[in-house]
Structure formats: C-alpha cells, structure tokens
Design a binder for this molecule. Structure first.
Ligand SMILES: *Cc1c(COP(=O)(O)O)cnc(C)c1O
Length: 459
C-alpha cells in the first residue's frame, strides 16, 4: 500500500543523530590543508591552538575519522529546537503545477533564525570545556552573531562580535537580539583594532566586509588572554557540525522510503550546503547512490562559477591562514546594492575540492529572481524565507518547472536555511521595485584575482 507522505516529516527525539559525519573521510582527494601565510607550510595543531579552540582544531585537521560523537550536552541543547522538520511543499507543487515532489529541510525554528546555531553551540561547548573566558567572531547579516550569542549565554561565555558596518546600520534589530543574549557588538571596520584603523585610513567610506570583520575578530582573540576566535562557516569543523542537517534529512526520507533525485542548497561560505549534502555526497563518493547536487550562489558574489580554485586569505586584512578554495580574491566586496547575503569572497575547502572533482554543479542567480522566488514561496508555504535560503528556493522552483515541461516526477530536496524577519529592508527594496542586479564585470573579477597571494607550487 502506498503510504501518504505527511506535510511535515518529524523524526522522534530519539532519532536525532548522535554523531556528526565527516565527509572528508570518504573523499579520495582530501581538501588542501590550511597554510601558514608566512612560511607557506601546512598549519599544525600548534599553529592553530593560539587562534582557535584545541578540540575544534583536531576536528579541523582530521580528514580520516568518518564519525564524531556529539557530546551529550550538545545533544541536549539540540533537543531545544531539533529535530528540524522536513516539509513536503505540497502547496508550492500545486502552485507550480509540477509533477515534481518538493521537500525542504527547515532550519529556521530557533531565535537565531538559521542553521548557524548547530555549529555555534558546538563551538561554545568546546571553548567552555577548554576553560576559556570568551570568544570573538565576525557576523555579516547577523545570523551567526545571534547564534553564537545564544550559545555563549547558554555556557556563560563572553562573546565579542564584529558586525559588518552596513549590516550593523541596516539591521539594528539583529544587533539588539545579540545584546539581549549578552554579546558585545562592534561595527566593523572599527577604531578598536590595528587592522580596523588601517582599513579605515585607506578606505574611510567603506561599508565593511566579512573579510575585514574576520581580521578584527582574530586580532582581538590573539591579543586577549583567555579568548579564541570562532568562525561560523567555511571551516571543515563547521561543515562537520552542520552535517546534522543532512543526517536528519536523510533519516526522514528513509523513514518513508523516499529517494532524493536532486539536492539543492545555497552557498555562502558553504556550511549549510556542506552539511545538507554530506550523507548524500558520502553515498556518491562510496559509489552507493547517485544524486544531482546543486550549489546556488548570488550572481553578485559568484565564487564557484566565476572564481578561481587557488590559495587565498580568508580575510581582507590578510592575517588569517591561507585556504585553497574557489575565491574571488580576499579584497573582493560585493556591490553595496547586493541585499541577498552570501557575501563571502571564498568557499569551504571541502566543497571546493568536491566541486573541482566534478561531484556537484553550481549556479549563480540574480537577486531580483531570488526575491521573486522568495515571495512566491512565502505566499503559498507560509514561511517568510531568508534571502540566502531563497537562492535555493529559486533553483528548486526552476528545477520543478523543468519537470513540468518534461513530465518527470523528480524528488527535489532543498535546504531552507532560515527566516527573513530581519531582512525586511531587502524585501522593502524588492517590493518597491528598487532592487536591481549588479553583476561584477570580468575585468573587475580579474583585477581581484590578479592580487591572489603567491604560494610556492601554485600557478
Ligand atoms: C549564513 C547563512 C547562510 C550562508 O552560510 P553558509 O555557511 O553558506 O551556509 C545561508 N542561509 C542563512 C539563513 C544564513 O544565515
């Protein structure tokens, strides 16, 4: 008998995964190591320990252990807002008139409004366990800073957040959520750090960038005893923690015997995408199953589709380690017009290697098309999506419309990473017809790529 698929597939509490999955263990070509920018040598635990938490550094460097036990305290915290539902988008399917079956994994059911809490709580836990006083970080749109301030207040850690200046000004409410959870929030670039003062003296009118905020947060961490720096995306450890998204998704699909054909996620630094696709990619790497996997990025910050796979700095200040990744250059800053998030110039080294190996495809989409999809989705499925998540919605709709033409009944799964209640300035622009698409020219991109650091052995 054919089983009716419910609107929402919830796992039971005791079905939440108790281990994270490390996709690197199944990669034949491992992601390239982080390099010390001074020596060009791969970073060791000893190099990393003054900057990041020790246990997290072990996770960062471990390319071989397939599963890591999730500590019990983190499992307990996860139960506050997990399992996240896997929703069958019946209303959207109907509105599109598609034979495709669309599912989305909704990560917006917590106050931070995104998947970022999955890694924030893990990073705060290891910082506390190490006996630290606090952590520093950067935040762009503010979801990561919010998630981290929630996690830090849970473990009674001090939390210093450098927030990209244009977001600090555009999103005062997000800032207040962080302060409510006890975080200290500074607009970046600021006059409180050497690197901030240097950037401001060279570019007094800058609206800031994630890369610049990272430089400031790292400086504060390494110059204050008892502090370490934590990062909400890009790093291998963050993808490891975010694998909870994919593991739950896979378990929910398996519960009803559903096989995904297409898996779609938006890509900023790559953490939600890396987490969502992890178990699917694992099967693909082990030759057990095949999936079409699509990364979606903004046309105004197109690292996969127009960047170069090369060693680059993770930050504008060029003080962080070098990562081999698809990058637009550490000095690249998307147009101030760009309202859709996903502004980071680089991409997770794990995803970058998988992409270089042809394990998935990437598409760049323009922001007006993204907000059209967001609006369409909100009107039929109820949830007001984050602009970042709406990149994935755009391509999920495009794929479902293709199925309408071909009559294929594909099963499409996408990651709905969060809600957009704090992104209403962007929605306002779209609703008033004031949003336009700013796509960097080839010359612009080349000018930044020409400045990539020289690393021995890299052309
Ligand atoms: C931060 C964020 C993203 C992008 O970050 P990734 O590391 O690429 O996942 C996507 N969606 C939401 C809602 C976010 O907050």
């Amino acid at each position: 008998m054919k089983q009716e698929i419910p609107y929402k597939i919830y796992l039971d509490e005791n079905e939440i995964p108790t281990q994270w999955y490390n996709v690197r263990a199944d990669m034949k070509t491992k992601p390239a190591p982080l390099l010390n920018p001074g020596t060009g040598q791969p970073l060791t635990l000893e190099d990393l320990n003054p900057i990041f938490c020790e246990e997290l550094n072990k996770q960062e460097l471990d390319n071989d252990t397939p599963f890591f036990d999730i500590p019990e305290e983190i499992q307990k915290f996860y139960k506050m807002y997990r399992p996240a539902p896997l929703v069958r988008a019946y209303f959207l399917e109907k509105a599109l008139g598609t034979p495709a079956k669309i599912y989305y994994k909704f990560e917006g059911n917590n106050t931070s409004g995104s998947h970022k809490l999955n890694s924030a709580i893990a990073q705060a836990y290891y910082a506390k366990k190490e006996g630290l006083k606090g952590v520093t970080t950067e935040t762009g749109a503010g979801q990561w800073g919010t998630a981290l301030s929630m996690a830090c207040s849970y473990f009674d850690l001090d939390c210093k957040v450098f927030m990209v200046k244009c977001s600090y000004e555009q999103k005062p409410f997000r800032r207040e959520v962080m302060r409510t959870y006890g975080a200290n929030v500074t607009p970046s670039p600021s006059l409180t750090t050497n690197v901030g003062r240097k950037i401001l003296s060279e570019h007094p009118d800058t609206t800031g960038s994630l890369g610049c905020a990272i430089s400031e947060a790292v400086e504060v961490a390494v110059t204050n005893p008892g502090y370490r720096y934590v990062l909400g995306s890009v790093l291998n450890q963050v993808l490891l923690h975010q694998s909870i998204i994919g593991l739950e998704t896979k378990a929910a699909l398996d519960k009803y015997g559903i096989k995904a054909d297409v898996v779609i996620g938006c890509a900023g630094g790559g953490s939600n995408l890396g987490g969502l696709i992890a178990p699917f990619m694992g099967e693909k790497l082990r030759g057990e199953a095949d999936y079409q996997i699509i990364a979606v990025e903004p046309a105004s910050c197109p690292s996969f589709t127009r960047g170069k796979y090369a060693y680059d700095f993770c930050d504008t200040g060029m003080i962080c380690p070098l990562a081999k990744m698809y990058t637009l250059g550490s000095q690249f800053i998307p147009s101030a017009n760009h309202a859709g998030g996903l502004r980071f110039h680089g991409m997770s080294p794990v995803l970058s290697q998988l992409y270089a190996d042809g394990m998935f495809e990437a598409r760049a989409v323009e922001q007006t098309a993204v907000f059209e999809a967001a609006t369409q989705f909100a009107r039929v499925e109820g949830i007001l999506p984050a602009p970042e998540s709406s990149h994935a919605i755009r391509v999920a709709i495009d794929e479902a419309l293709k199925c309408k033409e071909t009559g294929e009944e594909k099963t499409i799964v996408f990651g709905l990473t969060g809600t957009g209640y704090f992104d209403l300035v962007a929605y306002e622009k779209f609703n008033s017809g004031e949003m336009n698409d700013v796509i960097p020219s080839d010359e612009t991109i080349k000018s930044y790529l020409d400045k990539l650091p020289k690393v021995p052995g890299q052309e």
